[in-house]
Design a protein around this ligand. Structure first.
Ligand SMILES: [Zn+2]
Length: 201
């Protein structure tokens, strides 16, 4: 720690370059919070109305109140909006890693439902299909809210040592950027593991 402090003291500070980055957000019809950016939309406008290109979007869900909106953005700068049919409710979802091991490994992840919703039984059916069949684990691992490991009477909600550190590599060039800005490493399982020097599999 002492070494770090002396290094900091000898660093020379120079004026930073500051830029202003403006984004245009369409706002929630119920609470006014920004819901989504529209700056990129005119570039992908593929429909045409009265000689003006436009793109339809939505439903987009408000992170603040859960209301939804959908609309159209035109290349002449206009954006028209209307309320969507459903609402979003953020939820915590418990997932159990199903493997024959002495301890049970649970994940609590961020999930959601859209209201008005169907019966509880139907919702559970949709959730089960979504988590067990439809979605890749990468989509909920990044929304992890908690980790639980153990067995009845011996639970650990802070299981240090659950994973063994294998190694790290620079991400540059190895990842693709998903639609929501999250990054995903690319390649087959063998290619990805070989990135970390694990060549004999
Ligand atoms: Zn809202």
């Amino acid at each position: 720690m002492i070494l770090l402090k002396s290094q900091t003291e000898t660093m020379i500070l120079t004026p930073a370059t500051i830029i202003e980055k403006i984004q245009h957000h369409v706002c929630c019809l119920e609470c006014g919070a920004p819901v989504g950016t529209i700056d990129h939309l005119p570039e992908i406008a593929a429909s045409r109305e009265d000689g003006i290109d436009y793109v339809t979007w939505g439903p987009w869900y408000c992170d603040k109140c859960g209301a939804s909106i959908q609309g159209q953005t035109y290349t002449d700068g206009r954006t028209l909006v209307r309320p969507g049919k459903n609402r979003k409710e953020e939820r915590a979802v418990l997932l159990r890693y199903s493997t024959p091991m002495a301890d049970t490994f649970y994940l609590v992840v961020k999930g959601m439902r859209f209201h008005p919703s169907e019966s509880e039984e139907e919702e559970r059916k949709h959730d089960r299909y979504f988590y067990e069949e439809h979605t890749c684990p990468i989509n909920y691992l990044r929304d992890t809210l908690g980790v639980i490991l153990g067995s009845p009477g011996d639970w650990d909600e802070d299981p240090h040592g659950l994973f063994e550190y294998v190694g790290s590599v620079p991400l540059k060039g190895n990842e693709s950027v998903l639609g929501d800005g999250c990054r995903s490493i690319t390649g087959t399982a063998e290619e990805v593991l070989q990135l970390f020097g694990m060549e004999k599999l």
